[in-house]
Design a protein. Structure first.
Length: 274
């Protein structure tokens, strides 16, 4: 695919997807959504990729839907996502609940880490919330944005945000659509760590590199999958699934390697999942 709204780089087993419309604050368009899904699928299928970082070009992450597109919806009286019907849906197709827009993040076998380099509004905040881990620069503005535009909470954010920060805090942010800073987001648990702008990418990459060195590909995949499936099921089912996975994963060569590395006090040499 000819990339016009994003860039893509793979190095040291980490894929970096960059939203690349800095002249428009990386505003979201149908083209960007199409490319983003395509790149997630590429990273998911690449056995040399262990984790994915998502960030924005320039000094903003994503300011939400492009204002020109929003004006077009108003003039036409209907919503047009600007995407083709044959969009790639990344991730494991066996989880039907995870096939919808942005919910496809939950079907990925690899962790997605957001490096929020500036303002994130509307769909930009949605994208950040669907990442598994979030780092951000201090003082950047965030907002759900939908309320003043006479729109609903977008792309399942009304389902996801309460699970990330609790019902009361999520309700206040969803109802008010107010602007809040990444500093507050870190205090309420939405952002995992604040990092100076000039260190954000290096810090995020170092964190991810350490994670994929210490943690096996199997454990990363199953821990992510268990967590998102557990959002939908009872505790008994969660325990039974954990027991099933335990019996299965101790048979994998990576378990033997993990124990040997632990006893020998050395880094593990993980086999990559095929």
């Amino acid at each position: 695919m000819d990339l016009k709204a994003t860039t893509y780089d793979v190095s040291d087993q980490i894929a970096t997807i960059c939203l690349n419309r800095p002249h428009r604050g990386n505003a979201w368009t149908g083209r960007m959504h199409t490319e983003y899904r395509y790149l997630l699928d590429q990273a998911e299928r690449d056995h040399h990729v262990r984790a994915i970082i998502v960030t924005g070009a320039g000094d903003r992450f994503c300011v939400g839907g492009d204002s020109k597109a929003l004006d077009g919806h108003s003039k036409s009286g209907s919503y047009d996502a600007g995407t083709a019907p044959d969009l790639v849906t990344p991730g494991d197709p066996s989880f039907e609940s995870f096939r919808s827009d942005f919910a496809y993040h939950f079907a990925l076998s690899k962790p997605v880490v957001a490096a929020i380099n500036g303002a994130a509004a509307g769909v930009g905040l949605v994208l950040a919330c669907y990442a598994d881990i979030r780092f951000a620069v201090p003082g950047a503005k965030l907002t759900t944005a939908h309320g003043p535009l006479n729109l609903p909470a977008e792309y399942g954010l009304s389902w996801l945000l309460p699970r990330l920060i609790g019902g009361a805090r999520a309700m206040e942010l969803l109802l008010s659509s107010r602007k809040f800073l990444t500093d507050e987001a870190q205090q309420i648990g939405l952002i995992h760590e604040l990092v100076p702008a000039n260190e954000l990418m290096s810090h995020t990459r170092a964190y991810v590199a350490d994670m994929i060195t210490r943690v096996s590909p199997d454990a990363l995949m199953q821990s992510k999958r268990q967590t998102y499936l557990d959002y939908h099921r009872d505790v008994g089912s969660s325990v039974e699934e954990a027991n099933r996975l335990l019996a299965e994963m101790v048979k994998h060569p990576n378990y033997k390697e993990a124990i040997s590395a632990f006893l020998e006090k050395r880094p593990a040499k993980w086999q990559i999942l095929e």
